[in-house]
Design a protein. Structure first.
Lengths: 301, 259
């Protein structure tokens, strides 16, 4: 009973948190699924957004300009990941890791120290409504509305001429090029766009929790991947709408799942191991079941 | 009009595997010319088409299209004027996207793609008309994903896509090789119709000697990276498939160079 109650009590907090991390899952989905450019750089662009936003808030800038700067920084970092991978023909994953590593130093430089308290500065939540950050239902409603708005805009974009061209690059590189689409610019812009979502999540998180820390990115990529995989399991990815919905639904489900595990007594320090195990299981499942199916077929024959 | 002069391409240069794929190819196509390219495997046919399309940059040599030197332009820039249908039906179309989305990209090949919904009612009507010409019933499946089509249907769609934005040059790289004979005949029919209807300057690679003789205004035979033989429509009319195969075998014969 105690377990159930502590879980239920945590549902709203977890929901608010997962709506922020939904943007990270979205930032994982776009390169992986739409561009066929596996990229893990959220691990660096997420804290980059948070650091830039936090540093600017602490310098007295308003929340809107601080967030805009954070998102712009994320966009540029994403572009850099794509440019490095394409120009020097190295793996997108390696390119991402290089950028993540470099961003760690950048984030420390930007903030001047490893964390900044932001409690005393007005945040975007205060801008919408004074004291909104203290009201959980209002926060959830606001974050939910932003997620819905972004999904709507993204859906519309993917149906425009430019959006269709972007999807073509991920769906069939040869075909895209033969239709006059520049793989270079499309990939650079697409990965940049994804990274800006990740950075945006960073800017919202630091304002939500009241401090910016250089380590907030640790493990977010595996959480984003897990969210994406769970989401695709739940809503599928047969069309653009489902593919867009998957990371968001997945993030909501994943963080509740984490909350259940914590309520059941899993030590927070073991959480990363559990997350890794979950992603591994999900990724291994098709292989394992595929093998079984193949063996079953052999028996029949 | 396409003009290719002194085109050379070496694969794996400066290694023991170095191989000359194009050994000084000269080719000039009049506007509206439908030219068939034949030759044994490794003769350089596909390499020639890839070089013209911009798949790789050639060494020495010049490629001009309607007087414009395109030899240094990247692939996607050349694609504004050059349309291609590939041998593999999977290459020319995007499987996970709908038929109309594929067609839209083809329609915009020469244009700028904008932040607007491109699939207008007018465009859809136009797509339906073009697909109806194939006689495969695809005009009723605009919203279907490409992966639900058969290989032959996909190749037919790729052909429609290639000619949708009136390219200056059409490159067909053994585009019927992966199809069964009946489907291949259908796609050939459609090919001849669209090429002749729009008077498209076309280069078509084929291994089918019958097709090589039956269609096109011109026939060139490649061997070891060179064009060894060039026949006009009148020359072709006097040849049987047996004659052609015979010449094919005789390709090393010096006499052929003079003919």
């Amino acid at each position: 009973m105690e377990i159930v109650r502590s879980f239920i009590e945590l549902i709203p907090v977890t929901l608010a948190q997962s709506l922020i991390y939904a943007f990270v899952a979205l930032a994982v989905m776009i390169p992986f699924r739409l561009l066929n450019f596996p990229d893990l750089s959220c691990e660096g662009t997420f804290p980059l957004g948070g650091s830039v936003c936090g540093a600017l808030l602490a310098m007295g800038f308003g929340p809107v300009s601080a967030m805009a700067a954070g998102v712009a920084a994320g966009f540029l970092a994403g572009c850099a990941v794509a440019m490095i991978a394409l120009r020097f023909r190295i793996s997108s994953l390696l390119s991402g890791i290089i950028v993540i590593t470099m961003l760690y130093s950048v984030n420390l430089r930007v903030m001047g120290r490893s964390n900044i308290a932001l409690f005393t500065y007005p945040t975007i939540f205060d801008l919408v409504h004074e004291g909104l950050n203290q009201s959980l239902p209002a926060k959830i409603a606001l974050l939910g509305a932003v997620v819905a708005l972004v999904l709507g805009l993204l859906f519309a974009f993917l149906k425009t001429e430019k959006g269709i061209a972007l999807r073509a690059v991920g769906a069939n590189l040869d075909m895209a090029q033969a239709q006059g689409i520049s793989v270079w610019w499309t990939t650079v812009a697409g990965v940049g766009l994804a990274a800006s979502f990740s950075a945006f999540a960073g800017t919202v998180l630091v304002q939500s929790q009241g401090f910016s820390d250089v380590n907030i990115g640790f493990g977010v990529v595996i959480n984003g991947l897990a969210s994406l995989i769970i989401g695709e399991l739940l809503v599928g990815r047969q069309n653009v709408a489902r593919q867009l919905l998957a990371p968001v639904i997945g993030a909501i489900a994943y963080y509740q799942l984490v909350s259940v595990c914590l309520a059941l007594g899993l030590a927070p320090s073991d959480l990363k191991f559990a997350s890794g195990l979950l992603v591994l299981a999900m990724l291994a499942a098709p292989m394992l079941f595929g093998k079984e199916r193949m063996m079953a077929r052999e028996k029949v024959e | 009009m396409l003009q290719v002069r002194g085109l050379r391409k070496q694969f794996f240069p400066d290694t023991p595997n170095a191989r000359i794929a194009l050994d000084g190819v000269d080719l000039s196509l009049a506007p509206g010319c439908f030219c068939i390219v034949i030759g044994s495997n490794g003769a350089g046919k596909s390499t020639l088409l890839n070089a013209i399309a911009g798949q790789f940059l050639v060494g020495p040599g010049q490629i001009t299209l309607e007087g414009e030197d395109i030899g240094r332009e990247p692939l996607h820039k050349r694609a504004r004027h050059i349309a291609r249908v590939f041998q593999d039906p999977m290459t020319g179309t995007a499987a996970g996207m709908s038929l109309e989305e594929n067609l839209l990209l083809a329609a915009l090949r020469a244009d700028k793609r904008r932040f607007r919904f491109g699939l207008s009612a007018g465009r859809r009507r136009h797509f339906r008309e073009r697909l109806a010409l194939l006689g495969l019933g695809l005009e009723n499946r605009l919203g279907d994903r490409i992966e639900s089509l058969s290989g032959g249907q996909r190749q037919a769609v790729a052909l429609v896509m290639a000619v949708l934005s009136a390219p200056k040059l059409l490159l067909l790289d053994e585009h019927m090789a992966a199809l069964d004979p009946v489907t291949a005949a259908l796609v050939l029919q459609a090919t001849v119709r669209v090429v002749e209807e729009a008077r498209l300057t076309t280069l078509m690679v084929t291994h089918n000697m019958r097709h090589a003789l039956d269609v096109g205004d011109r026939l060139v035979m490649m061997d070891q990276g060179r064009i060894r033989l060039s026949l006009t429509r009148a020359d072709k009319a006097a040849l049987s498939v047996e004659d052609l195969v015979h010449r094919f075998r005789e390709k090393d014969d010096r006499v052929l160079l003079a003919s």
